[in-house]
Design a protein around this ligand. Structure first.
Ligand SMILES: Nc1ncnc2c1ncn2[C@@H]1O[C@H](COP(=O)(O)OP(=O)(O)O)[C@@H](O)[C@H]1O
Ligand SMILES: [Mg+2]
Length: 102
């Protein structure tokens, strides 16, 4: 089941999720979570390194798994656009497409 929580800025969407994660003090009531939970916040960040390192995040590289992952995430086309594919370096402000298209 998928549930969408919609609301204007400041209406409490993030607060609700923080509450479910146990990161916000509840004034009243209780929260029960069964199973595991994962939270992907809105603020992305990157490691200084190449695209592959940013995908692996310390995990061991396996060519087949890496390819399947990239395909599932529709990243193969992006890799084609980079000069050296997923070995393209990412700077502090993302990938420099001008430099990479040379
Ligand atoms: N850590 C916090 N402590 C106190 N008030 C907070 C905190 N985080 C958010 N708020 C307040 O809770 C309200 C809802 O904010 P938020 O959950 O960020 O809304 P949304 O994610 O829907 O934009 C806002 O008034 C905001 O200022
Ligand atoms: Mg929010």
């Amino acid at each position: 089941m998928k549930v969408a929580i919609c609301g204007t800025v400041g209406s409490g969407k993030s607060s609700l999720l923080s509450c479910i994660l146990g990161e916000m003090k509840k004034v009243s009531g209780q929260v029960k979570v069964s199973g595991t939970k994962a939270y992907v916040p809105q603020s992305p960040w990157i490691l200084t390194g190449d695209v592959r390192e940013n995908i692996l995040f310390g995990s061991t590289y396996d060519a087949v798994t890496h390819h399947q992952t990239a395909k599932a995430c529709a990243l193969l086309k992006d890799f084609e656009l980079f000069s050296v594919g997923d070995r393209t370096e990412i700077g502090e402000r993302g990938i420099n497409m001008t430099r990479n298209s040379v």
